[in-house]
Write a protein that binds this ligand. Structure first.
Ligand code: NAP
Length: 275
């Protein structure tokens, strides 16, 4: 018996080696990049601007950095960004993202949620407040925005893609990273829960390693990670373009991965046993 889900015309195309690889599939489509003015998010903004996406870019408070990015995108790629300030923990700020999508006059095709905080609190001086602050920044805010934007995409006919940012420390144990790692691990779990409960929204996670831009810039510069290069575990540090490409992969309309974590760390977590 033939499956009722079998598409013979599709099978015929593949027998004839005719494949469908759309180019610039996000051109003209609305995408949210929360935390898109940061060291990693701004590379995704540039990649999507190059493609011609309509970009809603969120940041918390650093208006100067946001305006500088908007100016660069305008002069380099002739793209206007819709900038949205405010803390995503605030329901009114999350509502402003929804409003901005509605004002774009289009359905939301995808969203990438970058906000986070390195929560550099030494293990010995960890307090309940410090843990709670890290959970707010690295789990609660991103998860609530994911819920709101994901629900918006789920209610549309075409659905969409949601990408959350974790860290290699959230998927593998590294000593002394308790305050930062645990909320990121919780975020990975939340992504999987959301991937189960929605039907039209794919939810995936990118977990970067030691990257030379953004919040890790200072620690990479300080030499904290250079032993991984000297012992051959990695060949170089990560770059914002590495992360942007991975996030873009999950934003491809109609892509087929769901509930997955892509670790973009040059193999550091996998190969670090070699040291
Ligand atoms: N850089 C790395 O090597 C690295 C490695 C592993 C994982 N990650 C993860 O990747 C993500 C991006 O990191 P990054 O290095 O690009 O960080 P970043 O340079 O510090 O940028 C963070 C971005 O998020 C915004 N933001 C922070 N908290 C917010 C909040 N509560 N509400 C709204 N916006 C908020 C910031 O706005 P303002 O500038 O206005 O505050 C900025 O746009 C983070 O989740 C981080 O944990 C980064």
């Amino acid at each position: 018996m033939l499956s009722t889900h079998w598409d013979e015309s599709l099978a015929e195309r593949y027998r004839a080696h005719r494949y469908d690889f759309p180019e610039k599939a996000l051109a003209g489509r609305t995408v949210v990049v929360a935390g898109g003015t940061g060291g990693l998010g701004s590379a995704l903004v540039a990649l999507l601007a190059k493609e011609g996406a309509r970009l809603i870019v969120g940041y918390r408070a650093n208006g100067e950095r946001a305006e500088k990015l908007a100016g660069a995108m305008k002069s380099q790629l002739h793209t206007d960004l819709k900038l949205l300030p405010g803390d995503i923990l605030d329901p009114a700020v999350r509502e402003s993202y929804i409003d901005a999508v509605r004002q774009s006059g289009q359905l939301l095709a995808g969203a990438a949620i970058f906000p986070g905080d390195p929560a550099r609190v030494p293990f010995e001086s960890l307090t309940r407040e410090a843990i709670s602050t890290s959970f707010d920044s690295n789990y609660t805010g991103p998860m609530l925005l994911a819920r709101d934007l994901g629900a918006m995409m789920e209610s549309s006919e075409s659905g969409g893609n949601l990408v959350l940012l974790a860290t290699m420390q959230g998927v593998a144990p590294f000593p002394s990273s308790l305050a930062y790692a645990a909320p990121k691990a919780a975020l990975v779990h939340a992504a999987r829960v959301l991937a189960q409960q929605w039907n039209k929204v794919c939810v995936n996670v990118v977990a970067p390693g030691a990257t030379v831009a953004g919040m890790a810039e200072l620690s990479v510069k300080s030499g904290k990670y250079h032993r991984y290069i000297e012992t051959g575990v990695i060949t170089r540090f990560g770059r914002p373009e590495d992360v942007a490409r991975a996030v873009r992969f999950f934003l491809e309309p109609g892509q087929y991965a769901n509930g997955q974590v892509l670790i973009v760390d040059g193999g550091l977590t996998f190969r670090r046993g070699r040291t």
